[in-house]
Design a protein around this ligand. Structure first.
Ligand code: NAD
Length: 486
């Protein structure tokens, strides 16, 4: 993308593209080249207020639109997303850096959420009991809750907003999205397509910016609920401030995902899956494999195969054919990643593969090659912290029990995977591991749209998770009607 194409982004409020009241902006970079591709407004509290007021007014009419009519707009939207699949994926690759193939997969995940939301007429059906006592009947009805504030991270510019707004608007709410200021372009395209699908003005709005916008949404009296996805410290802050303001909050937080490889695992599958899970999207996934606890008796074999396969990865601009590993998101994130590699060495872990020396990672842009540490222990920062980078830590364990004990010491509990062919081990893993999303012989057990995205411990704050019936219940409230016909 050349300098002549640098865009100045606007907010989207009441169906119009508007300049932010604030004149502050931030540069948006293509992480694969370091070029500025856009300027994003860093909006003010006034900008939030205007958008929430518009969404509050729109709620009064949108909630009255029959559910099948709302769903029909989502059917149209789904078709538009399918028609624009590659265009959307290209925007994701340009602003986020992940490979085009990964970006196409992300668009698919977004589309699946729209498909789930288009089932709102069935999803919102209540329940009745015609005879709760002599001549008495009861039924439960579901209603939207109002204006929803959505705050999203840089790593999934399409999938994460799509966890939120399709089901929120299908159930009759209106929405104000604050996308990541590091990847704000895709959201604007999503808004244009929503408009094309016929969504009434004011139902979906975008206010670009940073913490001021987040605080504005958290404090606004007319925002009924907050859906947040991002790093742990911010998730905790958002959950505390939002609930202090008596709002419903779901805050999906940081992660450190553990895999366990037992001696009877299919090693070819385990190494391929773990490679993809650790280094896909440059390790910038909340479900990235970050630590592998491998049984000592097969550890050398596992590491040798994994390293061999990792050496074949193509590093480069995600738009180029065959590229697997793109850049990390920013220069300062690259610095942070390199610091972690130094920390790991100082802490005494064995550096098996050093991503700093990959020739293809020396290019312009924010590249770090895939890095593997062996003999990692729980006292090390590289075991404890979410690095969100292409660094994989390996810990050697004696058996499944010690692997589970080690894994359960993590403060995070998003995903965990086991690689084995033994049913008893799978059962024990399922029953004893602390994590909300489990995988058996797969590397990224991310649930599809109709299941909840269900992190535990410091990977999630709230009660109802995103997606599935949890998502539906988060965005709706109930009336129970008890009737006597006399
Ligand atoms: P981030 O926490 O830096 O930003 C997330 C959002 O919060 C952004 O919109 C940002 O503008 C806003 N924000 C940042 N700092 C803030 C502050 N001090 N006050 C108020 N708002 C603030 O996260 P990120 O770096 O964009 O995304 C990566 C993180 O998101 C990782 O930790 C990853 O694990 C997590 N994540 C979690 C899930 C999940 O399902 N649990 C999914 C995707 C990403």
């Amino acid at each position: 993308m050349s300098q002549t194409k640098v865009k100045s982004l606007q907010n989207y409020v009441g169906g119009k593209w508007v300049e932010a009241e604030s004149d502050k902006t931030e540069a948006v970079y293509n992480p694969a080249t370091g070029e500025v591709i856009a300027h994003v407004p860093i909006s003010s509290l006034d900008d939030v207020d205007q958008a929430v007021n518009v969404a509050t007014e729109a709620f009064q009419t949108w909630k009255e639109v029959p559910v099948p009519k709302r769903a029909r707009i989502l059917f149209k939207y789904q078709q538009l997303l399918v028609d624009h699949w590659d265009e959307l994926a290209e925007i994701i690759t340009i602003e986020n850096g992940k490979s085009f193939k990964e970006a196409q997969g992300e668009v698919q995940r977004g589309i699946e959420n729209v498909e789930f939301a288009a089932g709102a007429p069935s999803l919102m059906m209540g329940e009745q009991l015609p005879s709760i006592a002599e001549g008495l009947e009861s039924g439960v009805y579901q209603y939207p809750i109002g204006v929803i504030g959505g705050i999203t991270p840089f790593n999934f510019p399409m999938m994460v907003p799509a966890w939120m707004f399709p089901i929120a608007i299908a159930t009759g709410n209106t929405f104000v999205l604050k996308p990541s200021e590091r990847t704000p372009l895709l959201a604007n395209r999503l808004a244009e397509l929503l408009e094309e699908a016929g969504l009434p003005k004011g139902v979906f709005n975008i206010v670009h910016g940073a913490h001021d916008v987040v605080n504005g949404l958290l404090d606004h009296k007319d925002v009924a609920a907050i859906s947040f996805v991002g790093s742990q410290p911010v998730a905790e802050y958002v959950y505390k401030r939002g609930t202090d303001n008596l709002k419903r909050v779901q805050a999906l937080s940081g992660a450190k995902n553990h895999s366990i490889v037992l001696r009877d695992a299919n090693m070819d599958n385990a190494t391929t899956q773990i490679l993809n899970a650790a280094f896909g999207s440059a390790g910038e996934r909340c479900m990235a494999a970050s630590v592998v606890a491998v049984e000592e008796s097969v550890a050398d074999e596992f590491i040798e195969q994994l390293t061999q396969k990792t050496n074949e990865i193509k590093i480069g601009n995600g738009l180029d054919e065959g590229v697997f590993l793109g850049p990390v998101i920013r220069d300062n994130h690259k610095e942070r990643t390199l610091n972690y590699i130094e920390t790991g060495e100082k802490e005494g872990a064995k550096l098996v593969r050093d991503g700093r020396s990959d020739k293809d990672a020396q290019r312009e842009g924010y590249f770090v090659g895939p890095t593997i540490f062996d003999h990692v222990t729980t006292e090390m920062k590289i075991w404890q912290d979410e690095m969100f980078a292409p660094i994989l830590s390996i810990a050697r364990v004696q058996d499944l029990d010690s692997a589970v004990e080690l894994t359960n010491q993590s403060r995070f509990a998003n995903g965990a995977c086991i690689f084995t062919n033994d049913g008893g081990s799978v059962r024990k893993f399922r029953e004893t591991i602390d994590a909300g999303m489990l995988g058996v012989n797969i590397g990224v057990p991310a649930p599809m749209a109709f299941f909840p995205f269900s992190g535990w411990k410091d990977s999630f704050y709230g009660d109802l998770h995103a997606n599935g019936k949890d998502g539906l219940n988060f965005y709706t409230r109930k009336k129970v009607v008890t009737t006597r016909w006399v």
